[in-house]
Design a protein around this ligand. Structure first.
Ligand code: NAP
Ligand code: MG
Length: 405
């Protein structure tokens, strides 16, 4: 069979532990037999990051800027235990954080839906995508434990040293706590642009929720920037595509999410996104059924699975025990990346291949062949069979081959 040519190189970022094991199985059995692609390979496994003083991560981010599309395996973010385990020079920071900062990107997550795993919320029929603003607010705060009675004030001094504004936070009669948070127009604008881009790209409606009735300056600024971005750059495009932009109060958004059938992107402020992405992830069934993509305002894309390196399974694997790790999100990271590459290159055969790969993976689960994490949440059926890590990928490969023949 003649291989399908992927015109532009893809940035491949290898990772750690069980996801690294699955990564190579997926590549060897589902991709390389069919695709003629050039991979710009960066090995981001922890030992490599340590040996290069983490330069390899920055190089990978630069490569994404050069080629536009990348795909990443899960990587270890080291803590004290990992420093000992891998004998590291230091506690390197999270590669995802480094890449996100380099690309100024926003992370979007979406569930992979199969017919035989029903979401916890009955009305959800289509994916609810979530986009979390990953800058500022309570994550970059300044806090103080007020020890005694006194006055807390908010003060802004401009760069020339002139005091522009001062307001009373509270006249304390006794001990308490105070907190200062901030955001910047630039970051909110990038977030808004990324959300409109993503929603338009995925052909889903965009919802944004904030609390501008209570926070008449802070949250109101978010609302204003989203509205300006919409009227300036998207209103016509959205109308033509039959898409809506909908702003509502965050509590109303939450209530409506429980009643919607899905098919939308829910843009969330930083804290809301932190909390709500975990709720969505668990309500949709399994961590291994969540994909993730980092989108930069310049239109660079980095695809990955939402889950981590599945450390516990890896230790079993090292001991030679049988594992049942789910590679769905990794497969969808590759298919998402190939679809985007094919769209940009205008190579429909690459997009077709990626679609068939997704179909093969979905059909495998829908035919009852699944890993342990899904066995416990899937609709009970005597045909359901629990398979191991390798067997699952082999089953997908079998179906993919049939589709391509
Ligand atoms: P994790 O790797 O997501 O795994 C947590 C648990 O979720 C697993 O023990 C497993 O549960 C289940 N699970 C996750 N993915 C699965 C899959 N594909 N198939 C089957 N079950 C799956 O999170 P973690 O154990 O907290 O983190 C491990 C390492 O990953 C850490 O070093 C962390 O820094 C890193 N991490 C990386 C990323 C990233 O690169 N994007 C994201 C998160 C975490 P059971 O054990 O119950 O089967
Ligand atoms: Mg969270």
């Amino acid at each position: 069979m003649k291989k399908i040519v992927v015109k532009t190189p893809i940035v491949e970022m290898d990772g750690d532990e069980m996801t690294r094991v699955m990564w190579h199985m997926v590549k060897d059995q589902l991709l390389l037999p069919y695709l003629d692609m050039k991979l710009e390979y960066y090995d981001l496994q922890l030992k490599q990051r340590d040996e290069t003083d983490d330069k390899i991560t920055l190089e990978a981010a630069e490569a994404i800027k050069k080629y536009g599309v990348g795909v990443k395996c899960a990587t270890i973010t080291p803590n004290k235990d990992r420093v000992k385990e891998y004998n590291l020079k230091k506690e390197w920071s999270s590669p995802n954080g480094t890449i996100r900062a380099a690309l100024d990107g926003t992370v979007f997550r979406a569930p992979i839906l199969v017919k035989n795993v029903l979401p916890a919320v009955r009305s959800w029929k289509k994916p609810i995508h979530i986009g979390r603003h990953a800058y500022g607010d309570v994550y970059k705060n300044c806090e103080y434990r007020v020890p005694e009675a006194g006055k807390a004030e908010l003060l802004f001094t401009n760069i020339a040293g002139r005091e522009l504004w001062r307001g009373t936070i509270q006249d304390f009669k006794g001990p308490g706590v105070i907190q200062g948070i901030h955001n910047t127009d630039k970051s909110i604008e990038s977030f808004a642009k990324a959300c409109f881009n993503y929603a338009y790209d995925q052909k889903v409606h965009l919802w944004f929720g904030a609390k501008d009735t209570i926070s008449k300056t802070y949250d109101a600024q978010f609302k204003k920037i989203f509205e300006e971005e919409y009227t300036k750059n998207w209103e016509n495009k959205f109308k033509e595509a039959g898409l809506d932009y909908f702003f509502t109060l965050i509590d109303d958004a939450v209530a409506r999410i429980m009643k919607t059938e899905g098919g939308l992107l829910w843009a969330c402020k930083n804290y809301d996104g932190d909390v709500m992405s975990d709720m969505l992830g668990s309500a949709y069934g399994s961590l291994a059924m969540m994909t993730s993509v980092l989108v930069s305002p310049q239109g660079y894309y980095e695809f990955e699975a939402s889950h981590g390196t599945v450390q516990k399974h890896y230790y079993k694997y090292l001991k030679g025990e049988k594992t049942s790790s789910n590679s769905m999100a990794l497969i969808f990271a590759w298919s998402g990346c190939l679809k985007k590459r094919g769209e940009i290159d205008k190579t429909s055969e690459v997009v077709d291949f990626a679609t068939k790969l997704e179909e093969a993976a979905l059909e495998t689960v829908e035919n009852g062949v699944m890993t342990g994490d899904l066995m416990v949440v899937a609709n009970p059926n005597p045909n359901n069979t629990k398979v191991g890590t390798e067997e699952f990928i082999a089953e997908v490969a079998k179906r993919l081959k049939k589709k391509l023949d």
